[in-house]
Ligand binder design. Structure first.
Ligand code: GLN
Length: 234
């Protein structure tokens, strides 16, 4: 299962979120602390961030730890809204840059930690065509974009009911909001003085990290942090 991270707050460098923390995504790519499925996340990575209204992405199918060019440039990339992920490909899924999160519809950046039966998504041909990759996460992203992010909770519950074995931790951002679901995997929240982090696992040992409960929707925005239970057949 992959690991992801979202940031909403003051503009900070991408490296300060992803590369520098003692247990950030860079270290999680080879030594995650809380990963339940898969040992490491060596099948690619992606960093997406908002540059004004524009969602920009840098993705790769190679391990994050080997990318010296990204490490050189990341300190100069600053944003107030970031979605980043390192990937452990599920069995049978393609390893290609387009299968690495974050996915986008031009407005939202979206990452998925987990696994879902693609048949259970019951995508129309039109939605399937819009998926960036044949990977399950890309197809789930296409479905979520099609339904709209305001329906994220309903979409996750519906997919979870259609595939009871699915793990559906989703993280999305549009520049002013971070939305995330917990459904089968870990997610932690850190309230910093300059913003909020949502991450599959804490990137350091700051005592302010909070573990979030399973089967919830988390919304971070101007109004603060809201945690809403998701209903579904357990
Ligand atoms: N199923 C997705 C993939 O193959 C995500 C995997 C994961 O969360 N490790 O990329």
């Amino acid at each position: 299962m992959c690991r992801h991270l979202g940031w909403l707050g003051a503009p900070v460098s991408v490296s300060s979120l992803v590369l520098d923390p003692p247990n950030g995504l860079l270290v999680q790519s080879y030594a995650p602390r809380r990963q339940k499925h898969g040992l490491m996340n060596a099948d690619g990575w992606g960093v997406g961030f908002f540059d004004g209204d524009v969602a920009r992405r840098w993705r790769s199918a190679a391990p994050l730890w080997g990318d010296a060019s990204f490490a050189s440039v990341a300190p100069a990339l600053r944003s107030g809204c970031v979605v980043a992920a390192v990937r452990s490909a599920s069995i049978g899924m393609p390893i290609e840059p387009s299968a690495a999160a974050p996915f986008t519809d031009g407005r939202w950046l979206l990452s998925h930690n987990g696994l879902v039966d693609r048949g259970a998504l019951a995508l129309t041909a039109d939605v399937l065509r819009r998926a960036e990759s044949t990977c399950d996460s890309a197809q789930l992203a296409a479905l979520i974009f099609d339904r709209g992010l305001d329906a994220l909770a309903d979409t996750i519950v519906e997919v979870g009911n259609a595939d009871p074995d699915a793990r559906l931790n989703v993280l999305a951002a549009d520049g002013s909001r971070l939305l995330a679901t917990t459904w089968g995997d870990t997610l932690s929240l850190l309230r910093r003085d300059d913003g909020v982090v949502l991450a599959s696992e804490p990137y350091d040992d700051d005592p302010r990290w909070q573990d979030l409960p399973d089967r919830h929707l988390v919304e971070v925005g101007a109004a603060g942090v809201e945690l809403i239970p998701l209903k579904g057949s357990a």
